[in-house]
Every structure is written in structure tokens, then in C-alpha cells.
Design a protein around this ligand. Structure first.
Ligand code: GA4
Length: 327
């Protein structure tokens, strides 16, 4: 008999206060980049350096393809709990509810975590159709590749595919996460300045992540000075998040960005789909030689993506996972 652990109760999920406007220069907003426009490579590098985050407009992911996967996900999350549980628990892949990772992190969400090339996932009945997943992944991995080519070009790294090829091979570690943040009943009794943690603050371990959400707010970004700012949702754009691996490969020139999702008192659920572009397990995570000045040392000790991923699964969500790898 399979015994399913009960999902954590609401009082085990932390509350978050709305970010105060605070001191410091006003946030100019998330940069928007059209990857086919002249100067795109420099604009991408500039956004990655300043924020570790930007949005891509005119990205080429057909709206119908994203909408179809989102609609399938919404239908899956509307199924009876017992049916959803049959696709879980997420360890690490599959359906998860309020638990994130293996070390006690919780959030007000449910999700599907799939290997991106696994189509509908290993579990039966398939939570999403293989066609919808592969069509979406096919489109969004093109965005990840174009972004990494722009990064290489903007940083003066040759060949242009030095980074993008790391996430393109058959062995590369690519995952798709679909998150569903339902409205939270507790918030009706709390002041509007209170939100509940949907997905706690963290950095993504991969090179880049490509996120698309519906029109419900909730994503927040930590600026380099530590202030949290909201990212207005835009279902016509996709958002790019710099991950730890790109920080290592650029020897810290581009830094991964802390981000989180908070669930405010709203009646509309937030649905987001995130594609994580990671390398093959055997990939060495060493700074690209072109980015090391004469005599400059790498900031990190030698490790592979496999080592990093294994270590990541032993951490808590909010931990700084790169620190133990610094020399
Ligand atoms: C954060 C980015 C991705 O969502 C993810 C997450 C993963 C998980 O949910 O299983 C981790 C988290 C993420 C980093 C630290 C570990 C692993 C949960 C956790 C506490 C799928 C990923 O690759 O790393």
C-alpha cells in the first residue's frame, strides 16, 4: 500500500509582507528585449548584468502552443486530489502539492515537474498530453538557445554556440515545471499588505530558465541591492532568469538572480510554466577561457553539472548553493 504524506497545513507556510517601496533608486522596470532587433546581444548582456532577468518580446513561441499547454495544466489541476496524487509525489519529477524539494520547503502551490524530453511524464495516467508538452518545449528551448547565443555574442565569446550547445545535446538536463497557485482563503482575513509564500526565494541552478505565466501577478525579483520588486505579469512575453550555472561559466560576470512567488488576496489563480535549460551531467562547469583575463583565476573549484545537481538536492530552497563551490 502506498501511504501518501498529508500536505503541509497552511500554518506551515510563511507569510510575506508586500515589499515596501524602501530607499534606493526607483526600479525602472524589467528590461524588454527583442532578440531579432539590432543590438540585442548587448541588451541581453546588460540586462543579465544589471538584473539577471529580462523579458523577451517577439519571442516566436506561438500563443496557441503556450495556451494549449496552459489549458491542459488547468484541467489537470482541476481534477480530484486523489487523481492528481496518482502522478506524484514529485521526487523530484511528478505532481507535487505544497512541498518543494526534499528538505522541508513549503509553498502555497501545486505543480508538475517533468523531464522536458519525457513528454507527458513517466506516470500513468499522463497528466499532460505528450504533444502539448513537446510542442511547447520545442518552441521555448529555441528561446533559451537564442538567449545563450546572444550572451556569447555580447560577451565576445566564440563560437557563438559555446553556451547554447551545452543545453542542446541529447544528454542535457532539461526540465519543465508547471506551477498552479490557487487563491489562499486565509488571506481574506488578513490585511491586504500580507501575502503567503507561493514559491520561496531561491536562485535556479541551471544556465537559464524561461518562464511564461498567465495574467496573475506574484513573481518578485531581488534587485542587486537586495530590494524586492514585483514583476508585472505579461502573458505575451516570456521572462528569462539567469541561473547559477551561467554565473559560473561567466566567472561571476553574470550573476544568478533570487526570485520568489507570493500569493496575494486575489480570486484568480496564477499559472506559470518554466523551462530549465541545464547541461549534461558530465559537463564541466568551468569559466569560459575567453572570459578570464590574463592571470585571472576562476572563482569556483572544478565540478560537473552532475555534482552540482546532487548538491542542490541536499540544500534548502533559499540557500546560496554556489558558496560551497567557491575557491
Ligand atoms: C529551483 C529551480 C527549479 O524549480 C528546480 C527546483 C528543485 C525542485 O523543486 O525539485 C529544487 C530547487 C530548484 C533548488 C534546490 C532543491 C532542488 C528544490 C530544492 C529545494 C526544479 C531545480 O532544478 O532546482
Amino acid at each position: 500500500m502506498v501511504v501518501l504524506a498529508k500536505p503541509p497545513a497552511l500554518d506551515q507556510i510563511s507569510l510575506v509582507r508586500s515589499p515596501e517601496p524602501g530607499a534606493g533608486p526607483p526600479f525602472p522596470g524589467v528590461p524588454a528585449v527583442d532578440l531579432s532587433a539590432p543590438g540585442a546581444a548587448l541588451a541581453v548582456v546588460d540586462a543579465c548584468e544589471r538584473f539577471g532577468f529580462f523579458k523577451v518580446v517577439n519571442h516566436g513561441v506561438p500563443a496557441g502552443v503556450a495556451d494549449r499547454l496552459e489549458a491542459e495544466a488547468v484541467a489537470f489541476f482541476a481534477r480530484p486530489q486523489a487523481e492528481k496524487d496518482a502522478s506524484g509525489p514529485a521526487d523530484p519529477l511528478g505532481y507535487g502539492c505544497k512541498r518543494i524539494g526534499r528538505n522541508g520547503d513549503t509553498g502555497w502551490l501545486e505543480y508538475l515537474l517533468l523531464a522536458a524530453d519525457q513528454g507527458a511524464g513517466a506516470s500513468l495516467p499522463a497528466p499532460l498530453s505528450g504533444d502539448a508538452v513537446s510542442e511547447y518545449v520545442g518552441a521555448v528551448r529555441g528561446v533559451a538557445a537564442s538567449v545563450l547565443e546572444a550572451v556569447a555574442e555580447g560577451l565576445g565569446v566564440a563560437p557563438r554556440d559555446a553556451l547554447s550547445r551545452m543545453v542542446a545535446g541529447a544528454a542535457s538536463d532539461r526540465a519543465l515545471r508547471v506551477n498552479h497557485y490557487p487563491p489562499c482563503p486565509l488571506l481574506q482575513r488578513l490585511p491586504d499588505s500580507c501575502s503567503v509564500t507561493g514559491f520561496g526565494e531561491h536562485t535556479d541552478p541551471q544556465l537559464v530558465s524561461v518562464l511564461r505565466s498567465n495574467d496573475t501577478a506574484g513573481l518578485q525579483l531581488a534587485l542587486r541591492d537586495g530590494r524586492w520588486v514585483p514583476v508585472p505579469p505579461d502573458r505575451d512575453a516570456v521572462f528569462v532568469i539567469v541561473g547559477d550555472s551561467l554565473e559560473v561559466l561567466t566567472n561571476g560576470r553574470l550573476k544568478s538572480v533570487r526570485h520568489r512567488v507570493v500569493v496575494a488576496n486575489s480570486r484568480k489563480p496564477r499559472v506559470s510554466m518554466i523551462y530549465f535549460a541545464g547541461p549534461a551531467p558530465a559537463q564541466r562547469m568551468a569559466p569560459l577561457p575567453e572570459l578570464l583575463g590574463r592571470g585571472e583565476q576562476g572563482l569556483y573549484r572544478d565540478f560537473t553539472w552532475g555534482d552540482y545537481k546532487k548538491a542542490a538536492y541536499r540544500t534548502r530552497l533559499g540557500d546560496n548553493r554556489l558558496d560551497p563551490f567557491r575557491v
